[in-house]
Design a protein around this ligand. Structure first.
Ligand code: ATP
Ligand code: FE2
Length: 324
């Protein structure tokens, strides 16, 4: 049985094909890059997706060595995301399904990031630390949803790192550059702000902007930024582990690539007899494979997610009835 998944919530348009055992048969992606120094322009992302969609589909089928008639289900990223690219992706997916009389399954983008992590790391019931440009959440499966235990009260860590990187005139995305600089840095005290299970980064952002203007060393700023933010995130993850009595941590999203974050989470987990899993880098960013696999899981469990709306730009993960 084959599932074809279509991702298009933001900058990436991707199509993946997987079988019901989780084998990946195709993974094709094309990414819109905003003008340098600028953020994503939603209408441009939509235009980009429109211009590459058929090509990506053809390439994916070719890579898997299959035709549309071999596909059993089509899944698409219904939300959360930016309305223009979401709408294009939804229409493209629905049309494709209709034309080929294939069942269509809506997929939550955040759940897809988690499920591809569970599939590829083989962890079972983790506290999930989802850190990217768009997300900053500590989650765990309880009852019949992924419940959000902690969030950011303001900006996400991905945005914070990118903003600081821009102020330091580093290349985008800023996270990897900050990680590199931090290796040669010394500690400067920054505001540490944890409120219950939530974190807040705007205080850090303000102080770091001032330090940059005052001419502090880039390396010291990068090091202090990492140490402070990751300590805050490790603290709330530990609290989530204690609260849920789980013994696995799964890091997903682009920031999960950071080795210092992985190391701090690892030290904390070892002290608690827990284990850290990190989504393989290739599947940390947006891709169609994660959508295809999540659609497959939903289909196999008979979980027909009811979506009255074609897209759900603000879809919260804990609104989705799920299972593990
Ligand atoms: P989503 O739509 O799921 O929110 P996204 O569009 O932000 O995801 P991702 O690829 O998941 O895309 O995450 C990108 C973010 O990850 C950027 O902010 C980038 O700076 C950050 N990042 C990437 N590598 C590292 C790293 N090594 N250390 C810290 N941050 C990193
Ligand atoms: Fe994403």
């Amino acid at each position: 049985m084959l599932s074809l998944g279509i991702e298009g919530t933001a900058h990436t348009f991707g199509i993946g094909i997987v079988d019901d055992q989780g084998n990946i048969l195709a993974d094709v992606r094309k990414t819109y890059t905003p003008p340098s120094g600028k953020g994503i322009i939603p209408s441009e992302a939509k235009k980009h997706h429109e211009s590459v969609a058929n090509e990506v589909l053809e390439e994916a089928l070719k890579e898997a060595g299959v035709e549309m008639k071999d596909i059993n289900i089509i899944s698409y990223s219904t939300g959360p995301g930016l309305p223009p690219p979401l709408l294009f992706t939804a229409k493209f997916s629905v049309e494709l399904a209709k034309k080929n009389s294939i069942e269509i399954i809506p997929v939550h983008h955040g759940i897809a990031h988690i499920e591809i992590g569970r599939l590829l790391t083989k962890c079972f019931d983790p506290v999930v630390v989802y850190l990217s440009g768009g997300h900053n959440a500590i989650l765990a499966f309880t009852g019949d949803t992924y419940k959000i235990f902690g969030e950011t009260l303001d900006v996400t860590i991905g945005n914070l790192f990118d903003t600081v990187a821009r102020e330091l005139n580093l290349e985008m995305p800023g996270g990897p550059k900050i990680e590199e600089l931090a290796k040669k840095g010394k500690y400067i005290r920054l505001p540490y702000s944890v409120k219950g299970m939530d974190v807040s980064f705007t205080g850090i952002q303000t102080v770091v902007s001032r330090l940059i203007k005052e001419g502090f060393r880039k390396e010291d700023i990068a090091f202090s930024l990492q140490e402070t933010c990751f300590a805050m995130l490790t603290e709330v993850t530990e609290r989530a582990l204690a609260h849920t009595e789980k013994n696995e941590v799964l890091l997903v999203g682009g920031v999960a690539a950071n080795k210092r974050l992985q190391e701090m989470m690892d030290i904390m987990c070892k002290e608690r007899n827990a284990k850290v899993y990190v989504v393989p880098m290739k599947y940390a960013g947006d891709n169609g494979v994660m959508i295809a696999w999540t659609g497959m899981l939903a289909y196999k469990k008979g979980l027909k997610l009811e979506v009255k709306d074609l897209i759900k730009p603000k879809w919260r993960i804990d609104e989705v009835k799920w299972f593990i």
